[in-house]
Write a protein that binds this ligand. Structure first.
Ligand SMILES: O=P(O)(O)OC[C@H]1O[C@](O)(CO)[C@@H](O)[C@@H]1O
Length: 372
């Protein structure tokens, strides 16, 4: 599992959106070979979606050959209700990008037969070849999607009763009135998330610090369903500093040092987007070095190996990172997307890459695209 720690929720959102953009572009989806993306709701991913909309508007990513599956939906709330997860997804993402309507998949919490609806969803996921990347959030009680404590770690899409803690947490979306929060939801299962080829979780805020500690430092446990990602071969958690408050200092340093060593010593050019080391060009095991921690503040936070210091804080210049080659797309309707170098991936904010920050106009206004 990778744990990527960024300064604050803004840096987490940018890192995550940038990662999704690059995964889609590296995949080079076509109509016949679409990129299948699982998506969460909640407040945490909102800024991720703003960035994705921004990338789309700038022509840096297309969703034309992306298929999406939402993680969950309330039972009994009309789809047109502003707090339905269906409305949420249109408001924050779908109304603003080029997804084909037929590629949008959501659970229907008003279906006559909820069990059949859940089975339909599982079948559809299989039919499109499984989920390539599941983006997820968690609740303060460590639930992933709406898989509350005690959920089977093999569970699939089903009806779930929400824990009181979750109802309380979500009351803020219903005028603070717990009585207005639906008590049932349809949710993909823990097993559904595990079956995705890659899982990326975003966890921010001190109120999720215990859940993150349970996820990272303790065993796999159905009372903290997020902990199941320890068993996943390709899982990454992107969190902010506040969410690390319950982790041991040693754990935080460990994960930060892994990122630093990879970036500074092994070299970004040798690391794939998903974190594996594929080659070792320019790597010198005997080199003396100074590690600059590239936090979003950009300051130097630690030094490894006290031998001779290099003149530069950065061992590698951005210019040294090879550009990925662009290939011809298979189909005429596929927009060509530039694949950014992995140097982009490691940046924490838009200004590090584009020299411009996200402008406020990006926050999408509620529009009428939600057909429900
Ligand atoms: O990001 P927030 O607002 O804390 O909410 C996260 C929640 O949203 C969910 O994605 C529910 O859809 C859960 O995984 C989690 O409960």
């Amino acid at each position: 599992m990778r744990l990527i720690i960024r300064e604050d929720p803004k840096a987490v959102a940018y890192y995550t959106a940038n990662y999704v953009r690059q995964r889609i572009n590296e995949f080079k989806p076509t109509r016949k070979r679409p990129f299948v993306l699982g998506l969460p709701t909640g407040s945490t991913p909102v800024e991720v979606y703003w960035h994705l909309v921004d990338f789309f508007k700038r022509g840096e990513v297309s969703f034309r050959n992306v298929i999406t599956f939402s993680m969950d939906e309330y039972v009994g709330l009309p789809r047109s209700h502003p707090e339905s997860y269906c409305s949420f997804m249109y408001r924050h993402l779908y109304d603003h990008i080029d997804l084909r309507p037929e590629n949008i998949h959501m659970l229907d919490g008003n279906a006559d037969d909820l069990a059949a609806e859940c089975q339909r969803y599982e079948d559809k996921i299989k039919e499109v070849g499984g989920i390539e990347l599941f983006l997820g959030g968690i609740g303060p009680d460590g639930h992933i999607a709406f898989n509350e404590p005690g959920s089977s770690l093999e569970s699939v899409t089903r009806v779930k009763t929400l824990a009181y803690e979750t109802v309380l947490a979500n009351a803020r979306f219903f005028g603070g009135d717990v009585n207005k929060v639906p008590k049932l939801a349809l949710t993909v299962g823990v097993g559904t998330v595990r079956a995705a080829r890659e899982v990326l979780l975003i966890i921010t805020g001190a109120h999720k610090a215990v859940a993150l500690a349970k996820c990272i430092e303790e065993g796999v446990n159905h009372m903290w369903t997020v902990s199941v990602i320890q068993l996943h071969p390709s899982a990454m958690v992107v969190c902010d500093e506040d969410a690390t408050l319950e982790l041991h200092v040693k754990t935080v340093r460990y994960f930060k040092s892994i990122e630093q060593v990879q970036e500074q010593l092994i070299g970004r050019q040798n690391i794939s987007l998903k974190g594996s080391i594929s080659r070792l060009s320019g790597y010198d095991p005997g080199q003396t070095y100074r590690v600059a921690v590239q936090q979003s503040t950009g300051d130097v936070a630690s030094e490894l190996d006290t031998g001779e210091e290099s003149d530069d804080d950065n061992v590698y210049d951005d210019d040294e990172y090879p550009e990925e080659e662009e290939e011809e797309e298979e189909e005429g309707d596929v927009q060509k997307m530039a694949v950014s170098s992995s140097a982009d991936m490691l940046a924490s904010s838009p200004s590090e890459i584009n020299g411009a920050s996200l402008n406020g106009s990006l926050a999408p206004a509620a529009t009428a695209g939600n057909p429900f």
